[in-house]
Write a protein that binds this ligand. Structure first.
Ligand code: 13P
Length: 263
């Protein structure tokens, strides 16, 4: 089964308003990409501006939403607020949130549920540390991270008409921002395992879900990664900060078919 690729950029805590505006102009000038889904995750203060400025073929997402619906959580953003500001996707459980903010896998699943309930497509992120990989714990760690989120991914898949279905991101912590991308073989093996875990939860869920790879993705390795049948796209950090670099990855991911953005 061929799933539509997703090319997503996670800007993390980078870019200023004028740079977001220039980025949107650069994408608009490059023309629509129709053979891949494009999503950008700006810093929350720029969600609204980015959602207004981006061409219609670019979706905007929240980097995080709170697990509670609303209330006394200074500095946090509720899913409904992110949706109100124009986000249609939301990351849940990026490793930087798990590490810097102590988010548990149960909390990550609740965040994904909030995002889905607010009308966004959650992207559940999982990934092992280098120590866990070296100890041979990768699959067990990923299974533990995934388990609480299986139900919400199943619900997201069931509502595929409204949202973008079930989306999972595999981001090995050791590959993030290090230049040490997982090899296509290593990434594909993990994606195959994750797809199997989704199918074990409900037959067909794994076949339908899009599983993105993240961790030092760039123009030089995106094609090889995407050629693997279980890799359905990317969650890109550093290489998404410059529109020219992001457009290059979009073009390479979209292949030479019609509708590919041509920067
Ligand atoms: P890099 O592409 O900078 O390694 O970051 C990956 C990432 O964390 C995306 O969410």
């Amino acid at each position: 089964m061929k799933r539509k690729p997703v090319v997503a950029g996670n800007w993390k805590m980078n870019l200023l308003a004028r740079e977001v505006a220039a980025y949107a102009e650069a994408l608009a000038a490059a023309g629509p990409a129709t053979t891949v889904d494009i999503v950008l995750f700006p810093t929350p203060v720029y969600l609204d501006g980015a959602a207004r400025a981006m061409p219609t073929w670019v979706s905007v997402g929240a980097q995080d939403v709170h697990a509670e619906e609303k209330g006394a959580y200074t500095g946090d953003v509720a899913a409904a607020q992110a949706r109100d500001a124009g986000a249609t996707w939301a990351l849940a459980g990026h490793s930087e949130r798990r590490q810097c903010h102590g988010e548990s896998s149960a909390e990550v699943a609740r965040k994904a549920e909030r995002a889905l309930a607010a009308g966004m497509t959650p992207v559940v992120c999982v990934g092992e540390t280098i120590e866990q990989r070296e100890q041979g714990e990768t699959e067990a760690v990923l299974d533990d991270q995934l388990a609480p989120a299986l139900a919400v991914l199943d619900t997201a898949d069931a509502g595929a008409g409204a949202g973008a279905g079930a989306v999972l991101a595999y981001e090995p912590v050791w590959a993030i921002g290090t230049g040490l991308s997982a090899s296509p073989e290593v990434a594909a093996a993990v994606h195959s395992h994750l797809r199997g875990a989704l199918n074990a939860h409900r037959a067909g869920l794994g076949d339908a879900a899009r599983i993105l790879y993240g961790g030092s993705v760039g123009a030089e390795n995106c094609r090889d990664l995407l050629s693997r049948p279980d890799i359905d796209g990317f969650l890109i950090g550093g290489a998404s900060l410059d529109p020219a670099s992001f457009l290059r990855i979009i073009r390479l991911s979209a292949g030479s078919g019609s509708g590919a953005a041509a920067p």
